[in-house]
Design a protein around this ligand. Structure first.
Ligand SMILES: *[C@@H]1O[C@H](CO)[C@@H](O)[C@H](O)[C@H]1NC(C)=O
Ligand SMILES: *[C@@H]1O[C@H](CO)[C@@H](O)[C@H](O)[C@H]1NC(C)=O
Ligand SMILES: *[C@@H]1O[C@H](CO)[C@@H](O)[C@H](O)[C@H]1NC(C)=O
Ligand SMILES: *[C@@H]1O[C@H](CO)[C@@H](O)[C@H](O)[C@H]1NC(C)=O
Length: 237
């Protein structure tokens, strides 16, 4: 079994993994209507250009995956085409303290040094309110990632795909939500949201392949981390 993050970096652009070259990515989906997902955030390291997705929770906080952490992250709000970025905003990265660069606890908050001004193209998305909330089966993932796993370049416009969740028994990993489809996130889509109903319930984390299953996509289950999220976003001095 192999485990892969969904991040793209300059080095990985010319990296080809034998045996996992099947067509997937935000490929089976379609281009999002420009600015129809105003909570989507494009995240890129100023120096390495390693790119991820994220989503705006409040004027001053973006959520993404902890494995997207880099030294010089910038966030870009209200993006339509990544070839035409607005001015980026610097952030302080707060990865989950238990994240250890392997699957699990793959969640990070980015505190914006300059808070966003919400408008028609920049807005927030809600999180689940409790850990017991039933998840709507009507789900969607989105990102600026590659259209195919073995393709070199990511998409410059946002793409989205409808997904159905697997039972937690089939997922068999703690605090994780899974999907298994012919389409879904690919390189560059790390950190983006899994949206079910009108809430962000998951964060694109990694996928696994083996010779039996084609692949399984894993998302960090956000509701498990609500206490940490609340403490981080509402610190008591
Ligand atoms: C979004 O970007 C695409 C690709 O560059 C472009 O064709 C389209 O006109 C843009 N739409 C808006 C509203 O900026
Ligand atoms: C909304 O805010 C974004 C980011 O600050 C900015 O690029 C965009 O021009 C604003 N749009 C409107 C309609 O004011
Ligand atoms: C997802 O499903 C909805 C409702 O069936 C549909 O309107 C929408 O076009 C679908 N989106 C994609 C990306 O296929
Ligand atoms: C959120 O955190 C604040 C301060 O850290 C605390 O007072 C409040 O009770 C917490 N709320 C929830 C729902 O946990």
């Amino acid at each position: 079994m192999s485990i892969f993050w969904f991040i793209t970096t300059l080095l990985l652009l010319h990296f080809c993994t034998p045996g996992v070259g099947m067509d997937h990515g935000i490929v089976g989906g379609k281009m999002s209507i420009p600015h129809s997902r105003p909570y989507m955030v494009y995240i890129r390291d100023k120096q390495t250009y390693s790119a991820c997705g994220g989503f705006l929770l409040r004027e001053d906080f973006v959520m993404t995956a902890a494995h997207c952490n880099r030294k010089h992250l910038m966030v870009y709000l209200g993006v339509n085409d990544t070839n035409d970025l607005p001015e980026g905003i610097e952030v302080d990265a707060i990865p989950h303290p238990s994240f250890a660069n392997k699957p699990g606890d793959d969640i990070m908050l980015l505190k914006l040094k300059t808070p966003a001004i919400l408008n028609k193209t920049v807005n927030i998305i809600a999180l689940p309110k409790t850990n017991r909330e039933e998840i709507s089966s009507n789900c969607m993932a989105m990102g600026w990632g590659r259209l195919k796993y073995n393709e070199k370049s990511p998409s410059s416009v946002l793409r989205e795909v409808n997904l159905t969740l697997l039972d937690s028994e089939n997922c068999a990993r703690p605090h994780t939500i899974c999907t298994k489809e012919d389409a879904g996130p690919a390189g560059g889509d790390s950190g983006g949201p899994l949206i079910c109903g009108n809430e962000a319930v998951g964060i694109v984390s990694y996928y696994i392949t083996n010779e039996f299953t084609s692949y399984l996509t894993m998302y960090t289950k956000i509701s498990h981390y609500l206490p940490w999220i609340n403490e981080t976003m509402n610190p008591t001095l």
